[in-house]
Ligand binder design. Sequence first.
Ligand code: PMP
Length: 389
Amino acid sequence: MNIQFADRIKNAPRSFTRKILDLTKNSSVISFAGGLPDVSLFPHVMITEEMQNILKNTSRSIYQYSPASGVEELREEIAKNYKNTTADEILLTNGSQQGLDLICKAFINEGDTIVVESPSYLAALNLFALYNPKILEVSLSATGVDTEELEEIFKSQKPKFFYMIPTFQNPTGWSWDIKTRQKVADLAKKYEIILIQDSPYDALRYDGTPCIGFDELLPEQTINLGTFSKTLVPDFRIGWIKAKTEFITVFRSLKESTDLQSSKFVQYVVANILKGDKLTSHVDNITKVYKNKRDAMAKALQENFGDTLEFEIPKGGMFFWVKFKDDIDTMKLFDFAIKEDVAYVPGTVFFKDHRISSQARLNFTNATVEEIQKGIKNLYVAYKKYLQS
Ligand code: PMP
């Protein structure tokens, strides 16, 4: 039978990350590829206790259908983390990925223009492609996006929105400075462009102090995405959208059409964790461990590669973005790396046009310090072999 999938399936990019996850599953490969937290840090005891409390203290009604917005107690707790925000301005979603999907559904007509950082988050690029927009990229450096390029795009193309990860970005780990943030907010206001601020990593800070976000710089035009995937556990699939109620009403009705509602049980678990102020000390704990791993990776990279590799030490988040000085193709290097039992994500996949890239993303949160030391050593061996090939 000739299966007639929808046109959007032709646009569905093949998932390189899935290929890597398959390659690294159940094998001796040390993986710096996935954006995975450290399983040993998941607060299993705390979660079990909260689950038992809920099972003991709630009635059958917890299992009933309920409004798509999600559990009010949790929305109230989340709202406290933003200035002048109420629970009505929060919609709970199935991970922030669903939040982004609802935003696409609400805004993108086929052929509409949207703007992303270059490079940008792979799962967002893959999602956007399904809605068939014209995707424009704006160059990103360690201090933020190029605001002249952005102004030109805003002025001439009137994009539907600008999707941005201003703090500890995926894949680069970079954060925009205050000047860039202020300028982008001014431009968005002037040209009336909606900003999508994706903030999964903000709480994973190892150095320095937080910089003002777009939720404060331009609250009326910013749609914020948040998640508990990095601070608690990804499997609960609890994310949220914070925006003006005008937006939330639309997103809520789109969520109803998508999945009616998310499961309330884990939402109550997280609400209780927040009410008992147990998340702050957990995050303090994990940031200590991640900082140590980050330092181990920085040291291993410096010791093995010397000045053949350029990178910034990320002040937070989960990734190093490295650039090999010889103009090598990190997609080709990947095959050599796998033979040396180490994996990473080649830079090319984070660019819309999949250009050849001498850059790569290395995750430092999932591996142990010993694995980091060994994996980077192996990567250097792979790199030498690649140069000789
Ligand atoms: N946005 C970005 C930029 C991410 O890197 C991630 C995690 N990979 C997410 C969002 C989190 O998605 P979710 O809340 O759906 O787990």
